[in-house]
Every structure is written in C-alpha cells, then in structure tokens.
Design a binder for this molecule. Structure first.
Ligand SMILES: [Zn+2]
Length: 464
C-alpha cells in the first residue's frame, strides 16, 4: 500500500506507464483513497510467470516503507512540489514538507515537449528513453532508497536495462548518466504504446503555474485573475530570490489540496461565483496591496490598491459569516451552521488545507484579515475603529514562513548554506519591508528563534 498517483498530474499516462512496467500482466489497478481526493492508490496483484520488472513493481506497491511513494506525471513544466523545471527530465526525492514525509517521483511525460528524451549506449550514441523507461529508472532510485541501500547510478541504470531488454529497446551505458532532449535510436524495440511519446495537444514547458482554484473560479487558465497572479509572482521573483523560493513552497502546498477543490466547483456556476467573490478577488486584491506597499511604499499606488481591496470585499457577500467561517477553520471548531452546503461539503478539504502552514499563511490568514477589515469598515459607521489594512499587510508579511523554505538557513559559521542564500539575498528581501520597518524586526525575531545560528546575519542585514 505504498504507490499513489497524483491527480494533479497526468494520471492516466502514469497508470499506463506502470502497466507497461508490469509487462501488461493485468495485475495493475487503481483504488480511491478514503479522505484524500488528490490521489489514487496504484495497486498490484502478482500474476504467475510475471516479468522481473513486475516483481519490482510488486515490491514497491505491496510493502509498507513508512512513507508513501507519490508519482506525478507532468506534461512538461515545473515540478509543483520542488519548483524546478523538469521538462525533458525526471526526479525522485524525499519530500520533507511539514506535516508528512513522502517520497516523490516527478517525471516529464511530454518527451521534452515532443523533442524526445535521450540517453547514451556504450558507443556514446543517443538512444531513446520512452516514458515507462524514464519512470522505471526513478523507481530503481526509490527502490534503493526505501531499502536503505546506497544510491549508485550504475546499478540504477543496470535496472533500467532490464526493462529496456524486455521491450527490445537499446541498452544504456551503465556508466553514463547523461541524458537530455533530442532524437535517438530505439533499436527497433517497443516503446510501450501511445503514452510513451509526447501527448496530443503539446506541452506546458516552463509555464505550469498551478492556479487550479483561480482557473476554475474564473472559468479559464487565461483569465485576467490568473494573469495578474503570474505577473505578481514574476515581479516578486525579479526583486527577491528568497521571496520567490517562499512562493514555490507555497505553491507546492497549494497543489496538494487545490485540484480537489477546483474539481468540486468546476461544474457548478453558483459555486464558482461564490469562490470568485469570497476567495479569489479578495486574495488577489490583498496580494496586489502587499506588492504595491513592498515595491512602491506608501504612495498613491498603495492607496489605490487599498481602495481596490475594500471594493473586493463588498458587504453583500456576507463578511461577518466569512470571518466566522475562517476563524472556525483556524481554530478547528465546527463550521457555522449558516455556512452554505457547498462550503460545509468542502469542510474536510478546507480543514486539511488550513492545517498546512504555508497555505495557511498564504491563503487563509490574508482572507481572514481582509474580511475582518471589511467587517470592521462596515461597523466603523457605528463607532468601531476601522482596521488599518496597511498595518495588517505588514503584520502578515512579518509572519512569512521563511523558516520552512529548504536550504536557506545560514550555517553556524555564518557562511550561506550550499543553496546560496547570501547577505545580498537577505538584504533584497529586507528592502521589501521599507513601508513598515517594525514588521521586518518582527520577522527577524521569529527567524532568530528558529535559527539561533543566524543572529549575526540577521543583525547585519537589518532584521534585528
Ligand atoms: Zn538516475
């Protein structure tokens, strides 16, 4: 009970690739996962006389290794969990995201957007790497990992050659791990069927932005709202590497729950409208205000963005009920009885999502702040204090969960870690807090608590 297919990926293709790996023995199956609509379990029942590659699949599918193996087949583009571009490539790794330990296989099933994926034989000539072979190579890495054996590339390629031999494909040089995009020989072998080549309809290379819910709520992956999100992300990435890395981590968490929610609302006009009004527009206005403050300070652009945020949270949507609902999610209480059947139906998904720390910070916290400000604005007429949204944005940014971004913590000796978060990176991030320096200090105090070794750097860069 260990292999799962990620529904955020090309599930049918992955299933067919596993079927080829099994030698089309008829033993491969799919099961729903109770309580988790983001994936399906891949099952394997042994069949007498099955091929060695089916034995391997059986070992992975039928042994509990203590961590699920989640397989994401991508039509080119970025690994939604790690953020890197995997077009023409594949990777297997242990994902230590907060809350759960999983082993991931993420592989490109677009054959490098139709250019083909190649490796080399003993003569150094290019040979093809059909999708099932690409998958099986990563399965071999995972097999070593879960059996606590050293990850030796030559033995992985030796395993890969077992499947190649079964298919009549060219054999790969076990001492040559190089590969890439291009044409090669298939030695007249079987590539494993239609899902072994590029998919019809092209490839998403480099442009996969997983705005599932925004796309579903607005009815298009090309809507103004989706474009605005992409633009803001690009603008942030241009100013700060660390902020861009944080966004990648947020996206990775977001991808865990958003396809299920997107599926639920996609076919329902009223639900889409509700999510657009209650979630998508207020969040976009919130991010835009944060962007305006970070990039332009407290000038006219920010005042305009603050007015747009107020307009995106109109009273008729029911700010008081939304605040109650978001509070219930944040504290684990039951959803208010007045919540719509749709929202109550989405309760389990929303609860899982709000328990993910990055998603909570990026989605639920700003929504609660935005709707509370809207409710406060409505009450101001009755003498209550209006909420200062600029201060709310500052407090929100101060809670940015940078301590959850892998490989950016400084080492003990003060030298930046291998992945390269330098003083320059930290200074670039600090510059986004010019509109409210006290928020930078709050962030600094939090990071110093998480990383005692980072005091000197944090002081040098103005965080303490
Ligand atoms: Zn490898």
């Amino acid at each position: 009970m260990t292999i799962f297919l990620d529904l955020a990926g090309q599930t049918a293709t992955a299933f067919n690739n596993f079927d080829v790996v099994s030698g089309q023995s008829g033993g491969v199956g799919l099961l729903d996962v109770v309580g988790d609509a983001t994936m399906k379990q891949l099952t394997y029942d042994d069949v007498s006389g099955q091929l060695p590659t089916a034995d391997r699949l059986s070992a992975l599918a039928n042994t509990d290794f203590g961590a699920p193996i989640i397989v994401t087949a991508l039509n080119g583009g970025n690994d939604p969990y790690k953020g890197n571009d995997i077009t023409g490539n594949a990777q297997a790794y242990t994902d230590h995201s907060p809350g759960h330990l999983v082993i991931r296989i993420v592989y490109d099933v677009s054959q490098c957007c139709g250019k083909g994926i190649v490796a080399r034989n003993n003569n150094g000539d290019n040979i093809t790497v059909p999708n099932p072979v690409l998958l099986y190579h990563e399965m071999a890495h995972v097999f070593l990992e879960v059996n606590h054996q050293p990850d030796v590339e030559s033995s992985v390629i030796g395993d890969e050659n077992v499947l190649r031999a079964q298919l009549g494909q060219c054999l790969r040089n076990v001492n040559d791990h190089e590969g890439g995009c291009g044409d090669g020989s298939d030695c007249g072998g079987n590539d494993g069927g239609p899902d072994s080549g590029p998919p019809p309809g092209g490839c998403a290379a480099g442009t996969t932005t997983v705005c599932f819910v925004v796309s579903a709520a607005t009815g298009s992956a090309q809507s103004d709202e989706v474009h605005a999100l992409r633009q803001l992300r690009a603008r942030v990435a241009a100013r700060s590497v660390l902020a861009a890395r944080l966004i990648d981590v947020v996206y990775a968490e977001y991808a865990q729950f958003s396809p299920a929610i997107a599926n639920r609302i996609e076919g329902d006009v009223l639900a889409r409208r509700a999510v657009l009004l209650a979630v998508v527009r207020p969040l976009l206005a919130w991010y835009s205000l944060a962007g305006a403050l970070a990039f332009d300070g407290r000038g006219e652009a920010s005042r305009r963005a603050a007015r747009a945020l107020a307009a995106a949270c109109p009273r008729y949507v029911g700010s008081a009920l939304l605040v109650e609902m978001l509070d219930a999610l944040a504290t684990g209480r039951a959803l208010p009885a007045a919540a719509s059947p749709l929202l109550r139906g989405l309760g389990p998904e929303l609860r899982t999502a709000s328990s993910l720390r990055c998603a909570r910070w990026a989605v639920f916290d700003p929504l609660a702040r935005a709707w509370r400000a809207a409710a406060g604005g409505a009450n101001a007429a009755h003498g209550a204090h209006p909420v200062d949204v600029v201060e709310e944005v500052a407090q929100w940014l101060a809670q940015a969960p940078l301590e959850l971004v892998p490989c950016i913590a400084p080492r003990n000796d003060g030298v930046a870690s291998r992945a390269g978060a330098s003083d320059e990176d930290w200074l670039a991030l600090a510059s986004l807090f010019g509109f409210q320096p006290s928020a930078l200090r709050t962030l600094g105090t939090r990071l110093a608590a998480a990383w005692p070794q980072a005091d000197a750097m944090l002081a040098r860069c103005g965080y303490l």
